[in-house]
Write a protein that binds this ligand. Sequence first.
Ligand SMILES: [Zn+2]
Length: 416
Amino acid sequence: MLIKDVSIMEDGRLLRDVNIAIDGSRISGVGSGVADESGDGVVIEGSGMLAIPGLVNAHTHLAMTLFRGYADDMELLPWLEEKIWPLEAKLTAEDIHWGVKLGCLEMIRSGITCYNDMYYFMDETARATKEMGLRAVLSGVLFDMRPDLIEDAEPFIRRWKNDDLIIPAVGPHAVYTCSEETLSRALELAERHEVMLHIHLSETRSEVESFEKNCGKSPVEYLDSLGFLSDRVIAAHCVWLSERDISIIAERGVNVAHCSISNHKLASGIAPLDRLARAGANICLGTDGASSNNSINLFQEMKTTAIAQKCAHSRPDLFGAGEVWKMATENAYAAFGLDLGLRAGALADLSLIDLRKPWFFPLTEENIVSHLVYSAQGGVDTTIVGGRVLMEGGFIPGEEEILDRAQQQFGDLVAR
Ligand SMILES: [Zn+2]
């Protein structure tokens, strides 16, 4: 496959009239004179488009896309207790299937090619994701209340560890829902199978305060005392951190999945990203579930992250567009060990964005990253994962059916 005469970004600058050759699942060449050697004869006309490497959604619960708009504008605990948990108790594999596919549509339309998820029915999530052609790091959520989930964590890894698109991981929900025994089992499993650990960490003030009262340690100190924290960990939220917590996170190489919009909408707080960044922590971006966002869109997440941090510190110079762009791309590639990027040899996960949109004008060689972070409102035309075209010219095969089935499935779920 050859993407012809497309623009790319090199060191933050716009470079026009480049060819990208794809052979099988990988990029075989990027440059002005690059030709297609795959022999498949497929040509995608790239003029007027910008090729970007795949964006990575570092924390979500994708099946919750089915809950979008179901319960908004509530306090966290009543929101969970009165709305989300009762609905979750009724979930079936079929709900998951259509919720995940709906979420995949939104990600394909916004340039996300890989997502990191923790939820129920992960085999169904994996199957639906593969049918949609996206890449995903998946962990079945672990709670003490549901010992059956813990029993399936290792078989789940075995079932998916050799898959080309699904990367299995272990997902203990949080320190306040998992005992020391569950956390230690999760850690042991992740180390033995060399997979990631995905956990919610220090999301709300009340959660951290009550944990400290009971345990005498912050959630971060506690996890560190168990030997849990390393670069194997992706920790979602990290909003309420002490100075000591921040240095532990940075020293251990923990990857932070910052979820700016979810934290804002649930009024959880503004994460100390500036101090985490200064300490050297690896920061990625996540949307969280559509029940608390309500979009699965990293363009919105990048803009919100940048402007919230600037405002919180009265420092417009903090978190420039280039730094935030890295959080959605390179930082996440490092966190999840993904061989991605627009270069020969990398996996062919990329999107083409239509530059003929008002929000990309006026366009210069220098302002492309600014436009992507502060101005872009979508305009993703084509999305490719592992060399497979998932959307071309804005068309995703099967989209209409997925929309109708998701609508119907939501109706069935609330009436059940
Ligand atoms: Zn979450």
